[in-house]
Design a protein around this ligand. Structure first.
Ligand SMILES: [Fe+2]
Length: 209
């Protein structure tokens, strides 16, 4: 068994906000908010790569793993925050800039099956968005073949295994303070009008065939 250094696989750092996302200006989520947000999105990608490099380059000695503090502990705990932050922003920016309104296609059927009606799902989603400190997540649960709204205080809380992220609503203040100050519900109401359900269905069909 060899314990040698190896070249890490790196993520692509986002270079621009998808043009479609800027159409959220029509509901008050501004271009400036997205442009500032891009810097944070890039930060998650850059830190993901930094941690991957550190892991690939470190001298790994199992006797040094320590649950109170150790290099491995710091790298692994922050990896979940960094990579999770890249993925949830990937989903956030690829699923806004649509027409919002009622869900369509296969995801609409899954939402109705899980929540009884779209209205009930909306109520749950908005309330989850107000209850979380950072995110609301719509996950497709491969165990049950159903969707569920998860709450996130951050990207490393509180997901469940074996879910595919279909929709991610950023409710950190940086996502709305510039446009709505502390009125998070106003931002959520605006967000509901720009969900791109086609993009959500593309994500769903990629994992359900
Ligand atoms: Fe964000």
């Amino acid at each position: 068994m060899s314990n040698t250094l190896h070249a890490p696989h790196l993520v692509e750092v986002p270079q621009a906000i998808p043009e479609k996302a800027y159409t959220t200006e029509r509901v008050g989520i501004s271009r400036q908010t997205h442009d500032e947000h891009l810097k944070l999105w890039q930060g998650y990608a850059n830190k993901t790569n930094e941690i991957r490099k550190a892991l690939a380059e470190m001298e790994i000695d199992p006797s040094k793993g320590n649950q109170i503090y150790s290099q491995m502990r710091a790298l692994k705990a922050n990896y979940a925050f960094a990579y999770g932050g890249l993925i949830n922003h990937n989903v956030y920016f690829s699923t806004i800039g649509g027409q919002g309104g009622e869900a369509t296609g296969a995801v609409a059927r899954l939402i109705e099956s899980a929540y009884g009606s779209f209205e009930r799902w909306v109520a749950d989603w908005k309330t989850t968005g107000m209850a979380g400190r950072g995110w609301a997540y719509l996950g497709y649960d491969h165990e049950e073949g159903r969707v569920h709204n998860y709450m996130g205080d951050a990207q490393d809380t509180f997901p469940a295994w074996n879910n595919t992220l279909l929709l991610a609503m950023d409710v950190y203040e940086h996502a709305y303070y510039l446009d709505f100050q502390t009125a998070r519900m106003k931002y959520i109401e605006a967000y509901m009008q720009v969900i791109d359900w086609d993009a959500v269905n593309v994500r769903l069909s990629a994992v359900t065939g």
